[in-house]
Design a protein around this ligand. Structure first.
Ligand code: XIL
Length: 331
């Protein structure tokens, strides 16, 4: 059983997973493993904008509510995921909305959603993935180098980020508010730009409390000259500078692709890399908890996004993989 993360500075820490909603309702094996291993959860899709408001002013709360009830019944800490994201946006949110209407709809979505679960959801991913992967992708409406080119960025400019955090804070002042992004854990140019953005938000007094490092990693990329140690120290140094800003940090969507390794070596290399990753993460200052993006290879977004793989700790039949045992020694 993994869910007993050692506390840090007297504070308990959570170990969470993204939830496959359909399995939650229909698969007893799934639920038994979930409750056996984790004490926190995030909805895989049920709280995204397109799920909650697929048509303008028509809200669909059933699945999100059901998810929240399930978590409350079983004592799982909930992370709300995710309020503002360029992906999985409702089809009615288009270029043809005026900037004013778009801004109103965006803030309305944030306010209504956070307010509905006030007191029940202690932390929200407020803004997801606004940093451009490469400088060249950046929107000319941003500062020319930082941000992803998205509908919201084109029409509203980067101020929508701050506005979303403020609206979420107004709707539930006690909730921790998170900025979340991918390919930023081990430092580099994208992480540098995220750091500057976060620091700027703090300087302006924007209510932001946590930075989420998604940590969708490719196992082989963690090995530098055949060893994961160098990657781990880069990541540790990067995580530390965010903690030094006074923010909490978390690894928020952990999974590890293994298809780049030779077939006969995949499982033990994944075990070693997972063990090193989690060991590194858990000793970082201000690491509030960890969230895996699923726990069984039966249900992973990786299969349809990047091709069949085995990114998680349990195999397709819920058997414990070497990666699980590697993780367990640490967790
Ligand atoms: C993924 C879900 O797991 C899939 O079911 C869905 O089809 C696409 O989104 N970054 C995020 C998550 O912040 O919301 C994404 O989740 C994975 C990448």
């Amino acid at each position: 059983i993994m869910s007993m993360l050692p506390p840090m500075a007297g504070q308990p820490r959570y170990l969470g997973t993204a939830i496959q909603f359909n399995a939650l309702l229909s698969n007893q094996t799934y639920v038994a493993n979930l409750l056996g291993e984790f004490n926190a959860a995030a909805p895989g899709n049920q709280m995204k904008w397109v799920s909650l408001q697929p048509q303008r002013r028509k809200w669909f709360w059933d699945e999100a509510d059901e998810f929240v009830r399930f978590c409350q019944r079983h004592g799982l800490r909930i992370k709300g995921h995710t309020l503002i994201w360029h992906d999985q946006m409702p089809p009615w949110v288009t270029e043809s909305l005026s900037a004013e209407a778009l801004r109103w709809e965006m803030l309305n979505h944030v306010r209504i959603t956070v307010a509905r679960y006030k007191g029940r959801i202690p932390a929200w991913d407020v803004v997801n993935e606004v940093i451009a992967d490469k400088r060249g992708d950046a929107s000319h409406h941003g500062d020319g180098k930082t941000y992803r080119n998205s509908l919201l960025m084109r029409k509203l400019g980067p101020d929508f980020i701050e506005a979303a955090f403020r609206a979420a804070h107004d709707a539930d002042p006690s909730a921790d508010l998170i900025y979340n992004d991918y390919n930023v854990i081990d430092g580099g140019d994208k992480a540098d730009r995220m750091y500057e953005m976060v620091r700027g938000l703090l300087q302006k007094g924007v209510p932001i409390h946590v930075v989420g490092f998604q940590t969708h990693v490719k196992g082989p990329e963690l090995e530098i000259d055949g060893d994961v140690a160098a990657w781990m120290s880069k990541a540790a140094a990067n995580l530390r500078r965010f903690a030094d800003l006074g923010l909490k940090i978390t690894l928020s969507e952990i999974d590890m692709r293994i298809s780049g390794w030779p077939a006969s070596e995949r499982r033990w290399r994944q075990r070693n890399a997972y063990r090193a990753l989690l060991a590194m993460a858990l000793v970082q200052p201000k690491m509030e908890g960890l969230t895996f993006w699923g726990f069984t290879d039966q249900h992973s977004w990786i299969h349809y996004e990047f091709g069949a793989d085995e990114p998680l700790l349990l195999d397709e039949e819920y058997r414990l993989k070497p990666a699980y045992h590697g993780a367990l020694r640490i967790l």
